[in-house]
Design a protein around this ligand. Structure first.
Ligand code: XMP
Length: 180
């Protein structure tokens, strides 16, 4: 059974369990729906890490919504930020005049959100509203905050609920810390 849950035995501790995530997503979705300007939302999901979070959050928002995904790479399979953000798609979504809800899994150094938000603004979007499941409590390389944060966590490497270590553990239903 543990194998079916994505190598549960490699996990040292569960930081945020499934039920707690679900409850928080209910309130985040309400906040977003209440605060977002009227009209359809254009959600942009950063792959791969944010796909689980985005799927669960966006299904809770009761209004017309378009979903685009962007492939960006900032970590390259390890636990340290590479310091550079690469756009991997040849064509980026058309964001001209749109209010975008930009979703990422985790706010760490801030480089990813900053780089993508800057690019979307350059491409003519009306405003970028950012949402992350997790924000690490640390001094960031970039002065950036998310408008919607699921949970503040300490400055440690986490996996699960979309987040990986060397490509694994994304399918864990909770956020946890691996054994050393
Ligand atoms: P930055 O540093 O740009 O980081 O804010 C955002 C991206 O870095 C990855 N990241 C992590 N991935 N566990 C992960 O699995 C972590 O603890 C972690 N911290 C940062 C992630 O891809 C995120 O989009």
């Amino acid at each position: 059974m543990s194998d079916m849950l994505g190598h549960r035995e490699d996990v040292d501790r569960v930081l945020i369990d499934e039920k707690v995530i679900e409850k928080r997503l209910d309130t985040m979705a309400e906040e977003i729906d209440r605060e977002f300007p009227a009209g359809p939302i254009l959600a942009i999901v950063l792959l791969k890490g944010a796909f689980v979070f985005a799927a669960d959050l966006l299904r809770r928002i009761p209004r017309p919504l378009e979903i685009e995904c962007l492939n960006v790479a900032s970590y390259h399979g390890g636990t340290e930020s590479s310091g550079s953000v690469k756009f991997l798609d040849h064509v980026l979504p058309d964001v001209k005049g749109r209010h975008v809800l930009l979703l990422d899994d985790i706010l760490d150094t801030g480089r990813t959100l900053k780089a993508v938000a800057d690019r979307l603004m350059l491409d003519g979007c009306a405003a970028v509203h950012t949402g992350v499941l997790l924000a690490k409590d640390k001094v960031r390389a970039e002065d950036v905050q998310a408008d919607y944060v699921g949970f503040e966590i300490g400055d440690e490497f986490v996996v699960g609920y979309g987040l990986d270590y060397q490509g694994l553990y994304r399918n864990l239903p909770f956020v946890g810390v691996l054994k050393p």
